[in-house]
Design a protein around this ligand. Structure first.
Ligand code: UDP
Ligand code: MG
Length: 322
């Protein structure tokens, strides 16, 4: 059976880039439909993530111009991950497969052919993986690559050089919907869903217009969030560190006592200060990490909604549903 596809596109303040990339998505959709890979009634779904500019107006205008464009709006800005999730969860009851992609044209839309082909061969999840990062600045490339290495070292398994460009079948999405956590990091969660999956490779190009919303600060926050939502390895590392420090201290104490008994003790101000500084540093870091986990638990316990959809470009009664 030919699958119905919905391309899910998160948009935050993208008025410059949307008019350029929207027709590209539509064209891809039509060529896939013409090739018989997907149904004619497939859709491009924009998720407006509380943009402050003209983005939502552009989306509604697009949806009036062509029925293949649809849009939903989050009630406020909740961040990229939540926007993608909102789109995927809305789309999952309306289609057979979804492909999530950024709206800035950085991800090569031609990789979609390979993704859909892999679905036809039985894969439920297909990761878009960047084969090269030549167009990124050295700094962006370095920080992004360190990001993946750090994540994996810390026990959060993510697909190397894969961002949020991927195909997920509605079957896999229904399983993903059962992951109830509020701290979401899709790159780490989707592999946990399992099913048959594969990767397709593409070259990442430059943003078509506008500027990145992921400066270093946000990227570090995302890495930290990803690690602490997916793994408790940092807590284990702290525990090991604590053991090692305790062991060293123990030896130090014996040494100090022996020296005192032998009557060799001198001022010792410097060594005492060093030890105090070191230990208080270790303790503060440890408390910080544990605090981060407690914060996460606190957020999870509240069970707040992960997204709130305030508007849709289609009518619920004359539903666009399958
Ligand atoms: N985005 C979003 N909400 C945000 C920030 C970004 O929906 O709070 C969207 C943005 O419109 C884009 C995608 O997430 O489609 C990726 O953002 P960006 O291109 O700025 O990140 P980069 O590619 O530089 O990592
Ligand atoms: Mg981008």
């Amino acid at each position: 059976m030919t699958p119905r596809l919905i391309i899910v596109v998160p948009c935050y303040n993208e008025q410059e880039v949307l008019p350029i990339t929207a027709p590209m998505f539509l064209e891809k959709l039509k060529s896939l439909a013409a090739a018989g890979q997907i149904t004619e009634d497939s859709r491009v779904m924009f998720v407006n993530d509380g943009s402050r500019d003209d983005t939502w107006n552009i989306i509604t205008r697009l949806s009036e111009e062509d029925e293949h464009y649809i849009g939903i709006a989050q009630s406020r800005n909740r961040g990229h991950q939540n926007a993608v999730l909102a789109g995927l969860m809305t789309a999952k009851d309306m289609c057979d497969i979804t492909i999530s992609i950024d709206c800035d044209g950085q991800d090569d839309i031609n990789a979609m052919d390979g993704m859909v082909a892999a679905y036809h061969e039985g894969c439920e999840i297909v990761y878009g993986v960047r084969s090269r990062r030549d167009t990124d600045t050295f700094f962006k490339r370095f920080t992004a690559e360190s990001f993946y290495k750090l994540m994996n070292a810390m026990g959060a398994e993510v697909v190397y050089n894969h961002a949020d460009y991927r195909l997920i079948s509605s079957r896999a999405l229904r399983e993903l919907a059962k992951f109830r956590e509020v701290n979401i990091f899709l790159r780490g969660m989707v592999p946990l869903v399992g099913f048959k999956s594969t990767s397709v490779y593409y070259e990442r190009s430059e943003r078509a217009a506008g500027k990145s919303h992921y400066p270093l600060k946000k990227m570090l926050a995302l890495a930290f969030d990803g690690i602490t939502s997916l793994s408790i390895k940092p807590i284990k590392i702290i525990f090991m560190l604590g053991l090692i420090v305790a062991l060293i201290s123990f030896v130090g104490i014996i040494w100090a006592v022996v020296e005192a008994i032998l009557g060799n003790t001198v001022g010792g101000w410097a060594s005492t200060t060093c030890i105090i500084c070191f230990l208080s540093g270790v303790q503060l870091i440890s408390i910080g990490v544990i605090g981060e986990y407690i914060g996460k638990i606190y957020m999870e316990v509240k069970q707040r909604p992960r997204y709130i959809i305030s508007e849709k470009t289609w009518d619920n009664d004359k539903s666009d549903k399958k």
